[in-house]
Write a protein that binds this ligand. Structure first.
Ligand code: ASP
Length: 595
């Protein structure tokens, strides 16, 4: 039996009721968290998005009809209660905002009944994620998820208010657009009206925001839904939200400056964190050299040391081979870990192999200064001493070395550094370490495609002082590109854009586009560039990641209302799904059997 709302009006959310209301009548509505019938008296915890309020039913207060209804209340029934606020008769519950009060019911309506839910609605649920996502509408009732989504909403509101105040205009760009081959794989949408032709869903509003600059809008932003059909990785979503912006008549500094103030505001208002400005800046090169990563986590040290020079004359073949092949030998010092058991060190070696290392050389400095090591026997005493000195090693420390091509060494040690920090519990979620990583390489060589590809995207401006190298040493050209990194997570990134058609044409040439191909793909942008284009630059944040870091969640799925899982499917709606033959016919599409 589901009763109606006729004549009823909610006066408060559950936890808006407080001691200030003692003695007065309130009407609250929500879901039954739990109900206990103690014979003659029934206690009900009523929950809405604000939290929980205790209701108490006695027949003498609420009458027989309401009391009998109260006896039927079960978890997740939806109820409306009118009653008088009282000081709690039993012991106060310190875990509840409303722990010192209760509502003595005068009347009850059951607005909706509920079947027994497949799992209890509770914070820090132990229920398997697959089941929770299948019943996401129930999972979303959990107070921790509700808090995350409320914070997400506040981030959106604060961002809009801040950017509007700074003169940004919120402008929507289309989501059925033309496919561009650069970047990740596009999601395609077939056109019925143009059989055989497809729209793409945008990977970002990049080209449109640049066109808006050409059109004189000056400062643009959008909370933009973006789509990337990337290979399956643990914490990726095929669709995600960017806080996307673009500014005209600016260079790097101005973009970073306004964004620093935005971040300061958001982290202050949401996390109560005082971000000291300016945010530290580090070039990409320095980040790689010191942390083996272009998104270093600065919450702990354990920096990389290049010891290639120190070991260049030693006889350890692993080091020698790496150096002879143009690579390097680098190490990290896990301070105080010299007594790590062999088994754990072996596990680190296996971990390193997962990142392409052939092995990992280690040197554990014993309290008496002697060594336990996988390679000490190949080195002279003075070589070992020089190595320890270069690593800042002390008795009790564990030194770990990788020797390979730079790319592999950085990847291995960068990840090993993080793994050790996880094992040593050095990563505090409420410690926020921001960093701008700047001067990214413009291009990156793709072994797969046998050509240079854009590291950021093809519209990124090269650094003026490097541009002359574009023909002779393209890999050495740096870009006016920057990422904002927080606690080892790339929270956003952007660049100054090319606004000169000659540089843009050259860029397409380096990326292997013929003139015709460039015209076919990006003709509209190149055309726009013929008619007066302001220098412009921009940036986009991954809003899901940002909120995840703010709330200290482990996964972006915890800050997205209806996330998809790793294979890009939705467990609740079962998308993607086959469609009717008729729909395919209309689109002129035939589905082939997989061979
Ligand atoms: N569109 C870029 C991206 O999605 C961000 C930017 O350059 O503004 O990574």
């Amino acid at each position: 039996m589901a009763e109606s709302m006729v004549g009823l009006k909610r006066s408060h959310r559950c936890t808006e009721v407080s001691e200030a209301n003692i003695g007065s009548e309130v009407t609250v509505m929500g879901w039954v968290q739990k109900s206990r019938n103690k014979g003659g008296i029934i206690f009900v915890d009523l929950r809405d998005r604000s939290g929980i309020l205790q209701i108490i039913f006695e027949e003498s207060d609420c009458g027989t009809e309401s009391f009998q209804k109260a006896e039927k209340l079960r978890s997740e029934f939806v109820a409306a209660v009118t009653g008088i606020v009282e000081k709690r008769s039993g012991a106060a519950n310190e875990n509840l905002k409303t722990g010192t009060i209760e509502v003595r019911a005068k009347s009850l309506r059951i607005l909706s009944e509920s079947e027994v839910p497949p799992f209890p609605i509770e914070e820090n649920s132990k229920t398997k994620e697959e089941l929770r996502l299948k019943y996401r509408f129930l999972d979303l009732r959990r107070p921790d998820i509700q808090k995350n989504l409320m914070i997400r909403s506040r981030v959106a509101t604060l961002t809009r208010a801040f950017l509007a105040e700074e003169g940004f205009l919120e402008i929507e760009t289309p989501t059925l657009i033309k496919s561009t081959p650069e970047g990740a794989r596009d999601y395609l949408v077939p056109s019925r009206v143009h059989p055989g032709s497809f729209y793409a869903l945008p990977q970002s509003p990049q080209l449109f925001k640049q066109l808006l600059m050409c059109s004189g809008y000056d400062r643009y932003f959008q909370l933009a839904r973006c789509y990337r059909d990337e290979d399956l990785r643990a914490d990726r979503q095929p669709e995600f939200t960017q806080i996307d912006m673009e500014l005209s008549f600016v260079d790097v500094d101005e973009v970073l400056e306004v964004n620093e103030r935005l971040l300061k505001k958001l982290f202050h208002d949401i996390c109560g964190y005082e971000l000291q400005l300016p945010i530290q800046r580090m070039t990409w090169r320095e980040a790689m050299e010191r942390y083996g990563s272009d998104k270093p986590d600065l919450r702990f040290g354990m920096e990389l040391h290049n010891v290639s020079d120190v070991v260049k004359t030693c006889e350890f073949v692993v080091f020698q081979n790496a150096l002879a092949n143009g690579g390097s030998v680098r190490g990290i010092n896990a301070e105080g870990q010299g007594a790590m058991p062999r088994k754990k060190i072996d596990a680190l070696v296996e971990f390193a192999k997962g990142f392409g290392a052939k092995g990992l050389a280690y040197l554990a400095i014993q309290p008496d200064g002697s060594f336990k090591s996988s390679f000490a026997k190949f080195m002279k005493e003075e070589e070992l001493q020089a190595l320890v000195a270069a690593m800042g090693g002390k008795p009790g420390d564990l030194l770990l070395f990788a020797a390979d091509k730079d790319k592999v060494v950085f990847d291995v040690l960068g990840n090993l550094r993080l793994e050790l920090a996880r094992q040593l519990d050095l990563l505090k979620k409420d410690d926020f370490k921001f960093l701008w990583v700047t001067e990214f390489p413009l291009l990156e060589y793709s072994e797969e495609e046998n050509r240079y590809v854009a590291m950021h995207h093809p519209f990124t401006m090269p650094m003026d002082e490097d541009w002359h190298l574009i023909d002779t040493n393209p890999g050495a050209v740096r870009a006016k590109a920057y990422d904002i990194v927080l606690n080892g997570v790339e929270m956003g990134g952007g660049s100054v854009r090319i606004h000169q058609s000659d540089i843009q044409s050259k860029m397409f040439e380096v990326l292997g586009f013929t003139k015709e191909k460039a015209q076919e793909q990006f003709g509209f942008l190149l055309n726009a560039f013929k008619y007066g284009v302001p220098p412009h630059a921009g940036l986009a944040y991954g809003m899901d990641r940002m909120v995840m870091l703010m709330v200290g969640a482990d996964s972006i799925r915890d800050v997205i209302a209806f996330p998809k899982v790793k294979d890009a499917s939705c467990l609740m709606t079962e998308a993607p799904a086959p469609v009717d033959e008729k729909q395919l016919e209309e689109l002129g599409i035939a589905v082939c059997e997989e061979k």
